[in-house]
Write a protein that binds this ligand. Sequence first.
Ligand code: SAM
Length: 330
Amino acid sequence: MLPERFLERLARIVPSDRFDAVVATFGPPRRIGFRLNPLRTVPGETLAALRAAGLDPQPVDWYAEAFTLDASERAALMATDAYATGAVYLQNLSSMVPPLALAAETDDQVLDLAAAPGSKTTQLAALLGSDADIAAVEVVRDRFFRLRANLDAAGASFVKTFLQDGTKVPRYRPEHFDRVLLDAPCSTEGRFRADEPETFAYWSERKIREMQRRQIALLAAAVDSLAVGGTLVYATCSFAPEENEMVLDRTLTRFGDALHLEPLPLDVPAAQPPLGGWNDEPFAHDLSHARRLLPDGTYEAFFVARLHKTESTVDDTPRRPGRTSRTRRR
Ligand code: SAM
């Protein structure tokens, strides 16, 4: 049984006419998502091989390489050569949105600031190709090695990986990257399964507040790592406004005119506008360009926002003794 307090909060977060349908998604998924990986084989050939194996992949109209299958076909997909060779990457459709929202180009310097296990890093690599300049940062050692293994399996060994605390990146690379993806550590509410109590065993409002602190620090690092003129995408798989709209709201206040929310450059059917406030407090900023992806058995819950940086946020005066960072103190 999901925590009662979680469900009470959820009733205040999702539209009332969608509440029962959203709660039903904490049961088994109806459909699974996957990507054809052009770093391994020509997507058309992989698709033909999957169909020859008796599978029935359905296309996704906002992403040519993405497909869905009935969840009952998962084991059969994982038994194919295409899966074994990394030509197919299993990934929920919602998780594919942040890398697309980043809309990076081949000659961009790209940073994935919280990268393991690498679903989005491998997707960025697949989108940009082997000439891309992609750096991926992960702070947890065993997750870092999982990231490395997944990159190798996906033919994306060209991605540069760093076992490091992402909040430190601006010390070494202030305002360096053209595109920064922050798929932030979160309370993972969107991944809760009613029949798997371990998925929500550690959930609490205190945990949400703790994640918010980490998210705010990582998002500030993402902003300071981003070049002026660059684009940043912030994402979580949580429903909690404290981890989503509130993190954005505080970040926009902190960075003032340097940062602007932009519409996502793609239309996703599950996308809904963000909340305008929480606990009877309106947010200080207009967050209407951000998007909540509502789960429906195919899409998982996600929050995605795209930010554009128009002014410097770091102090370029020489480092003084005793100062640990070039980042401006606010
Ligand atoms: N983007 C990943 C993907 O699509 O596969 C999922 C990222 S997961 C939501 C967040 C990741 O951030 C976790 O692997 C976590 O260990 C890592 N993390 C947490 N704090 C971090 C920090 N300070 N610096 C870098 N990574 C961090």
